[in-house]
Design a protein around this ligand. Structure first.
Ligand SMILES: [Mg+2]
Length: 230
């Protein structure tokens, strides 16, 4: 019988070197306008709520191609940059540049213990799945970082149109896994990963962060085998 672990991606298996959206947006603003007084806090306030995973109760199957996903996101960045005073096509050019910089391939990394931990678990019969609120390009990152051959499957919110903790994205994941003896979820987000999994009956381990009231947690992935093997 199948024993499966569902891994969150960002903040669990991998990260983006140099920061994520706030840092990338500020980097592009400073490229265009080195004298800009904007700070990370200013940019963070502007970006709040603009990503699909900020609105998990709003399914978005209409954005399930990379073109549609990015067109919607670039429009939102363009509006924000326009509000910040970048006019006459500058805002749109900068918004496109955010996309290019964000996707810079060498920025996407795995945490150091990830491959060894997955391999040790595979050797004991565990299958690995990824369930992520992410960009359309997640599959490419997973391929490039050597994760793909270790995975039995991946469900990406950008493709299915639901964001964790929406039960539908968990249902899609369970459908992909099929009949199983044991399934665990591992992630760094107490809501999207832990509460979302528990709501559909999957026990969950919180990693790399602390949160009151969570039943299972460990500092990094090397603590996962001891928990799932009880
Ligand atoms: Mg995460």
């Amino acid at each position: 019988m199948v024993r499966a672990i569902i891994w969150d991606y960002d903040g669990t298996l991998g990260y983006r070197e140099g920061g994520m959206w706030v840092a990338t947006t500020l980097e592009v603003i400073h490229e265009e306008d080195p004298a800009s007084p904007l700070t990370e806090d200013d940019v963070r306030a502007r970006l709040r709520g603009i990503f699909p995973w900020d609105r998990p109760d709003e399914p978005h199957p209409h954005l399930s191609t990379p073109e549609a996903w990015w067109a919607a996101q670039v429009d939102l960045f363009t509006d924000i940059l326009g509000d910040l005073g970048y006019y006459d096509g500058r805002a749109r050019r900068m918004a496109e540049r955010i996309r290019t910089v964000y996707l810079r391939p060498d920025a996407w990394r795995l945490y150091p213990e990830v491959l060894d931990t997955l391999d040790a678990l595979s050797a004991r019969g565990w299958q690995h799945y990824v369930l992520s609120n992410h960009l359309p390009e997640l599959g490419e990152f997973v391929e490039r970082l050597g994760l793909a051959p270790r995975l039995s499957g991946l469900v990406n919110s950008a493709e299915v149109g639901y964001e964790k903790p929406h039960p539908e994205i968990y249902r899609r994941m369970l459908e992909m896994i099929g009949p199983a003896e044991t399934i665990w979820m591992v992630g760094d987000n107490p809501v999207a990963d832990v509460a979302g999994a528990e709501a559909v009956g999957i026990p969950a381990i919180l990693v790399r962060t602390r949160h009151e009231g969570v039943r299972y947690r460990c500092d990094d992935l090397s603590g996962v085998p001891a928990i799932v093997e009880g």
